[in-house]
Design a protein around this ligand. Structure first.
Ligand SMILES: C[S@@+](CC[C@H](N)C(=O)[O-])C[C@H]1O[C@@H](n2cnc3c(N)ncnc32)[C@H](O)[C@@H]1O
Length: 324
């Protein structure tokens, strides 16, 4: 059995215990995909010809950054949920920094992602970058505490990461997000739209196998951090589309019946041949669904832009005044 990693991540151990060591559908929250290697593999995915999502998001941000800044007058701080490497954010930061010094808080659970975000964006003139190594809402609460008096907050949630939540959870998440914000604050939400099935599936199962490596790496992570003995060659990456739920699901399917030991929690995980671990969901939206979600959570739509080449929507929302 491999040696235990020196620092056991207790939250990962708790999720493995709750979601893998059980009968029924095994699952892992998608945040565990993003360790050092996982974040690097995600960056590689964004370059794949089959994964048009990031390029569509980038085109919309580049084309509309000035309009977004113009729609939000006055001093703003900017916080980004799950910033990743932040490459696409530069146009927004440049547009705000042109009119005055701008505090930017990238928030991510991946230290690697934050490091590369900082390298990419800290040299933009007028931008003061503060890394926040935290989960989305804890990180936003920290960023809100640090903004200067009189500043409003623009929250960026790009790359269709909202699609990792199922619909009720997305509604709940946006409501919690809204509750942290004040009238005048804003949210820029990127969401991938429904498109032809083959295009959606190829985006999550590319022929070069980069997405498969990204998915399988979560098992390697559990080996490294929790002293488990997953044999990665005994699992197969799979992507499928659930049309009732309008979501791509990523799974890791056991090629054979097997028992995996997890030293850090002193447990065994039993797999039947063909049984899967569900590692990520990516919901595909209709434009009106985004508006309905936002409206239900207490946001008002200011604008929505859709890419011409790859159906993807960028929606600018502001916090609605509470009913008196
Ligand atoms: C799909 S990637 C998107 C990255 C970037 N925003 C983009 O559009 O390319 C999701 C990012 O969110 C981070 N992440 C995942 N779950 C998180 C959580 N619960 N709290 C904070 N960050 C999280 C990951 O580490 C990753 O960098």
């Amino acid at each position: 059995m491999p040696a235990l990693a020196p620092a056991v991540d207790s939250e990962l151990a708790a999720d493995v215990l709750a979601d893998l060591v059980r009968s029924g559908q095994k699952e892992l929250p998608s945040r565990w995909l993003y360790d050092q290697l996982g974040s690097a593999l995600f960056d590689a995915i964004t370059l794949l010809p089959e994964y048009g999502l990031t390029r569509a998001d980038a085109r919309l941000l580049k084309a509309n950054a000035e309009a977004i800044a113009a729609a939000l007058p006055g001093p703003f701080a900017i916080a980004e949920l799950g910033s990743g490497s932040g490459i696409k954010t530069k146009w927004i930061l440049e547009a705000f920094a042109r009119r005055g010094p701008t505090n930017y808080f990238p928030i991510d659970v991946s230290g690697t992602a934050l490091e590369s975000c900082s390298l990419t964006l800290r040299s933009i003139p007028g931008v003061r970058l503060t890394e926040v190594h935290a989960t989305y809402l804890d990180g936003l609460a920290q960023a809100l505490e640090q903004r200067s008096a009189g500043q409003r907050m623009l929250v960026l949630f790009l790359g269709s990461t909202i699609g990792n939540f199922d619909f009720p959870a997305a509604r709940g998440f946006l409501s919690q997000l809204r509750a942290l914000l004040s009238p005048g604050d804003a949210l820029l939400l990127g969401a991938d739209l429904v498109k032809p099935l083959s295009q959606m599936l190829e985006g999550y199962d590319d022929p070069t196998g980069v997405t498969a490596a990204f998915n399988l790496n979560v098992l390697a992570r559990i080996n490294r951090e929790l002293g488990a003995d997953f044999d990665l060659r005994q699992f197969q990456h799979q992507a499928c589309f659930d049309s009732d739920e309008s979501r791509i699901e990523m799974h890791l399917r056991a090629r054979s019946a097997q028992i995996v030991n997890v030293a850090a929690i002193d447990r065994q995980i039993r797999f039947e041949a063909g049984e899967s671990i569900w590692t990520e969901s990516s919901y595909k939206f209709r434009r009106t669904e985004i508006l309905d979600l936002a409206q239900a959570a207490g946001f008002e739509t200011r604008a929505q832009w859709v890419d011409d080449e790859w159906p993807f929507a960028e929606t600018l929302l502001t916090v609605r005044e509470r009913a008196k």
